[in-house]
Design a protein around this ligand. Structure first.
Ligand code: CA
Length: 234
């Protein structure tokens, strides 16, 4: 029995039975409750019907693309963590996946240890947010972030953010006016120093801007400091 995992529910949509068996076995050993389906359509139905602590989603599925599943889940439940699993290793694919709201992206073939580390990292982040109390509400420049409820309003307007977008905004809101370069943002928000993810920072900043800014082309909140990085206007 692994106390850290505490029976957390994971939906695993993967059409390759061999990979599914190995992952299910190992995550099951760690006391995660795995529900696996090889069928993408069924996976989408399950993803929308039940609440999951995490969804592990293969991108290449018969009948439906994993990216479409990811998109639809995001629309109905922005906060459910999603890790994409894919044999497509191109940077474009990864950025696209993260851009439509996945929390992380792992490329096949992966080691089971790597997968477990990613799963734990994503779940830890969600737990950390849920451990916060209403007293932790942060107000900066008309933006109100409530980490315990995972809600954001901008000038009184509610904004739907994914878990990662929320973390990103929270990171800036904790230090308004402070400039962070992409590596610092990557390390603080994604918990990785892997340079291959630097584009991910840009795509998330753009996505965040499209949701919170009146004019994303002239951002009033998340500002670019040329040659350095980004800051939240204080
Ligand atoms: Ca597949």
């Amino acid at each position: 029995m692994n106390a850290e995992c505490n029976g957390k529910s994971i939906l695993f949509v993967e059409d390759e039975q061999e990979i599914a068996d190995i992952v299910t076995l190992h995550l099951g050993d760690l006391n995660y409750q795995i529900t696996h389906t090889t069928d993408g359509i069924k996976g989408l139905t399950l993803a929308l019907k039940d609440s999951w602590d995490l969804i592990l989603l293969d991108l290449t599925l018969p009948k439906i693309d994993g990216l479409d599943i990811c998109k639809q889940v995001r629309e109905s439940n922005p906060a459910t963590p999603i890790i994409l699993v894919s044999a497509r290793s191109g940077e474009e694919e990864r950025v696209l996946g993260l851009d439509i709201g996945a929390d992380d992206y792992i490329t096949k073939p992966f080691s089971i240890d790597e997968l477990i580390a990613r799963v734990k990292a994503v779940l830890r982040r969600v737990d950390a947010l849920q451990g916060l109390t209403p007293a932790d509400v942060i107000t900066v420049n008309g933006i109100v972030l409530d980490p315990a409820r995972h809600t954001v309003t901008v000038s009184g307007r509610a904004v739907n953010l994914t878990a990662r977008e929320f973390d990103l905004l929270l990171h800036f809101a904790k230090s308004p006016g402070q400039v962070f370069n992409r590596s610092e943002i990557l390390e603080n928000v994604w918990g990785t120093r892997h340079d291959g993810y630097l584009h991910t920072v840009n795509s998330h900043i753009n996505r965040l801007r499209s949701k919170i800014e009146c004019d994303p082309a002239k951002p009033a909140y998340i500002q670019t400091v040329w040659g350095v990085g980004y800051k939240l206007a204080s």
